[in-house]
Design a protein around this ligand. Structure first.
Ligand SMILES: [Zn+2]
Length: 506
């Protein structure tokens, strides 16, 4: 390593008794510590020259040596020796660093001076800015690469191999065969996504991650993935905070990849998927009063309506069993089937009671909630504290900005404490507002329900299924079923819990 020592004293420094040789010696000492020997060190010095000028013989000689590549490391007492001006300090340090030269300051009192700290904080901010610039450039580079037909990052589709170094995508024949089989089973053999998943699991065909099992959702994704007919879209999603969002389609970048299936097959699959969805939707609306709000208290699954043969009778029932391949929770075993009319009648009786007495329900519900007046009082207090904390923070920030006070440890600790307090108070404020609104919603909802139910009151027992369903959804948050029916006793040990929507906690 070749070392350069730079030293400078101004006329005033000399008057005050600071010597150039002392500065040179301590810098050389540092060079020795870093492994230099006497002949590795070149000394550049300016004596009696103002530090506010860039044109100094010693400094100019040093800069030229750096330009010629003759220096690996520069040792200076402190940033102030390079220049009295921050802008010059920044220009010089950047110039040295760009030339690949390391810059070392002696580690004494410059860290305790306001100038030294300013230098380092501005250097830090600039480094941050540079990093941001580089990030922007690389992301632009990726888009460019995508436009040119290469593939940047993030390609991980079943059926293909991706080489991150060349950006090339090739067909993985073994996986591609499975993709073709999935499309064939779906189109030619009329198998559903569930059936296909079961088929692949039975044959022990590995998924992309190898560990996971095939799931109907994965099959549907494969059947609707345009990549397989040769077009992959880059930048389909963006990352907002920590969640993904889909971009506008115009911002997607199409990239051609080798096709695994032909366009006709793909289109046929999309038609069949749409048919299946329609069929599914119509099944979903078959007359189950509680679909979507009923769950099993024993296994935690939602319960769905099935029209099934059970104990020799084909009737509407609710079950928590999930026949879906890959379902996380398969539900109670043995399968739990409960006569739909049994539960629906009980829930309907409860709903009727509520319709006759909406205020009673609202009152009962509000009894378990904190008093609105107290909530409002606390909100006022929190608001006041919040204002004080923010004022305190702003005062410190503006004093700092005016340069009257340095950012010492005490001020820094005070600032971060204020920041924490503000965050705490803001969170509490949000909670309080939610609670107060909830309270007001409750009153409002009692009125609303009275209005809506007024139409139904005198014909509650003659409502159409749709009207009944509407009313149930209006009043019931959830129905939870514990226990099961038994042979010989249709009630078995069933317990039905109907959770009112007015009961708060929404
Ligand atoms: Zn269950």
């Amino acid at each position: 390593m070749r070392f350069a020592v730079y030293a400078r004293v101004s006329t005033e420094d000399q008057v005050r008794g600071y010597s150039l040789s002392e500065q040179k010696e301590s810098c050389k000492q540092k060079a020795f510590e870093l492994g230099a020997s006497e002949e590795d060190i070149t000394v550049y010095a300016d004596e009696g020259v103002s530090g506010s000028l860039m044109e100094r013989p010693g400094l100019t000689a040093l800069r030229e040596a750096v330009k010629r590549g003759e220096v690996d490391c520069i040792i200076v007492r402190d940033p102030d020796r390079l220049s009295r001006k921050l802008s010059h300090q920044l220009v010089l340090t950047e110039e040295f660093e760009k030339a690949g030269v390391k810059l070392e300051f002696l580690n004494f009192d410059w860290k305790d001076t306001p100038e030294g700290r300013l230098f380092y904080s501005v250097r830090g901010a600039i480094a941050e800015y540079e990093k941001e610039k580089i990030r922007e450039r690389t992301s632009l580079g990726k888009i460019q690469k995508a436009r040119e037909g290469g593939v940047p990052v993030g390609f991980n589709t079943y059926g293909y191999d991706y080489n991150p170094e060349t950006g090339k995508i090739t067909i993985n024949e073994r996986e591609a065969e499975v993709v073709r089989e999935i499309f064939r089973l779906f189109i030619e053999e009329d198998r559903g996504a569930n059936g296909i998943a079961r088929y692949l699991n039975d044959k022990d065909i590995p998924t992309k991650t190898r560990k996971a099992k095939w799931h109907r959702q994965v099959i549907i994704q494969i059947l609707s993935n345009t990549t397989y007919m040769g077009v992959w879209y880059y930048r389909k999603r963006k990352c907002e905070g920590n969640k993904f969002e889909t971009r506008d389609k115009k911002d997607w970048i199409p990239i051609n990849v080798p096709a695994i299936i032909d366009k006709q097959t793909f289109i046929r699959a999309q038609e069949k998927l749409a048919e299946a969805r329609r069929l599914w939707a119509s099944k979903g609306t078959k007359n189950y009063l509680l679909s979507g709000i009923i769950s099993c208290g024993d296994c935690g699954n939602t319960m769905t309506g099935v029209y099934a043969n059970w104990w020799g009778r084909k009737e509407r029932r609710y079950t928590c069993a999930k026949p879906t391949q890959g379902a996380k929770n398969v539900g109670c075993r043995p399968r739990k089937m409960i006569l739909a009319s049994l539960i629906e009648d009980a829930v309907w009786e409860q709903v009727k009671q509520w319709v006759f007495d909406p205020e009673g329900v609202a009152e009962e519900a509000s009894r378990c909630r904190p008093d609105a007046e107290n909530l409002k009082k606390e909100l006022k207090k929190v608001d006041k504290l919040l204002n004080e904390a923010m004022k305190g923070r702003d005062n410190i920030l503006s004093t700092l900005a005016s340069g009257l006070v340095d950012l010492d440890e005490k001020t820094e600790a005070m600032l971060s404490e204020l920041k924490r307090r503000i965050a705490r108070l803001e969170a509490r404020k949000g909670e309080l507002i939610d609670e107060i609104n909830g309270e007001e919603n409750l009153k409002y909802r009692a009125e609303e329900i009275k209005k809506i139910t007024a139409d139904f009151l005198d014909r509650l027992d003659d409502l159409s299924f749709e009207e009944k369903k509407e009313l149930v959804r209006l009043l019931v948050k959830q129905v939870v079923i514990h226990g099961r029916q038994t042979h010989g006793n249709k009630w078995g040990n069933i317990e039905i819990t109907v959770v009112a929507k007015l009961g708060g906690g929404e």
